[in-house]
Design a binder for this molecule. Structure first.
Ligand code: FE
Length: 210
C-alpha cells in the first residue's frame, strides 16, 4: 500500500513540459484519462488543486512556522513534539496531515531531508519540490555523502557538526527548523520569516542575516 501511495502523490509534481514523457508520466496520464472518462475525477478539480499548490501554498507557510518557533519557546516545544498539530494551529491554506515532523538544527546537529524512494516532500508547508530534490543524484548522494552534497549547495558546516539525514516517505514528511541567525534580536516574526528560505527548511541551506 505504501508504494501505491507514493505513486499516487508523485504525479502532481512531475514536469509536464517537453514532448518526451517518462514512463511514470505516461502511466499517470493514462490513469488520469481513464478516471476522467469514467467520471471518477473531474479534470477541472485536479487543475484547481495543482493551481493551489503553485500559487497559494509555498515556502512562506513553512517560514511562518519557523519564525514563530524562533520567537515563541512554547510553540517551538509544541512544534518539535507534534509538527502537524503545531503547524495546523497557525491556520494554513491546506491542513497538514498527521505526518509532519519538525527537526531542529543545532550547533551539534544539522538536519538534511531527502526522499530516497521517490520525492516525498512536505507540500503543505513548502509548496512544490524543487527539481533537484527529485533528482537521482540528490536522492542517492544525500545519504552516502551528505557533507559533499551540502558543499555543492554552498553550505560548509563545522567539522564537529553531525549531519543527520531524514528519509521521507508517504507517511512521514520532515520540516527542518534552521538556526536563527545572529544579530536578529528583537526582530518581528514577519521580518524573521522573510529570512527563512526553502532550502534552509530542507537542510540544503542556512539562514543568514542580511
Ligand atoms: Fe517519495
Amino acid at each position: 500500500m505504501a508504494a501505491e501511495d507514493h505513486s499516487a502523490h508523485d504525479h502532481h509534481h512531475h514536469d509536464q513540459h517537453g514532448s518526451e514523457l517518462s514512463e511514470m508520466q505516461a502511466r499517470v496520464r493514462a490513469l488520469e484519462t481513464i478516471l476522467s472518462e469514467k467520471g471518477y475525477v473531474d479534470p477541472a478539480a485536479l487543475d484547481r488543486i495543482i493551481e493551489t499548490y503553485e500559487t497559494e501554498v509555498g515556502p512562506h507557510n513553512g517560514a511562518r512556522i519557523v519564525a514563530r518557533a524562533w520567537v515563541d519557546p512554547e510553540f517551538r516545544a509544541r512544534l518539535l513534539a507534534d509538527g502537524s498539530g503545531a503547524a495546523n494551529s497557525l491556520g494554513h491554506v491546506s491542513p497538514v496531515g498527521s505526518h509532519l515532523i519538525a527537526v531542529e538544527n543545532t550547533p551539534e546537529q544539522h538536519n538534511l531531508v531527502v526522499c530516497t524512494l521517490c520525492s516525498c516532500y512536505p507540500w503543505e508547508v513548502l509548496g512544490l519540490p524543487p527539481v533537484w530534490y527529485k533528482s537521482a543524484a540528490f536522492r542517492s548522494r544525500a545519504v552516502i555523502d551528505p557533507r559533499s552534497v551540502l558543499a555543492d549547495f554552498g553550505v560548509a558546516l563545522p567539522a564537529e557538526t553531525k549531519i543527520r539525514v531524514w528519509d521521507s516517505t508517504a507517511e512521514t514528511r520532515f520540516l527542518v527548523v534552521p538556526m536563527r541567525p545572529e544579530g536578529t534580536q528583537g526582530w518581528s516574526e514577519e521580518r524573521l520569516a522573510a529570512l527563512v528560505t526553502r532550502d534552509s527548511m530542507v537542510g540544503t541551506g542556512l539562514v543568514t542575516a542580511p
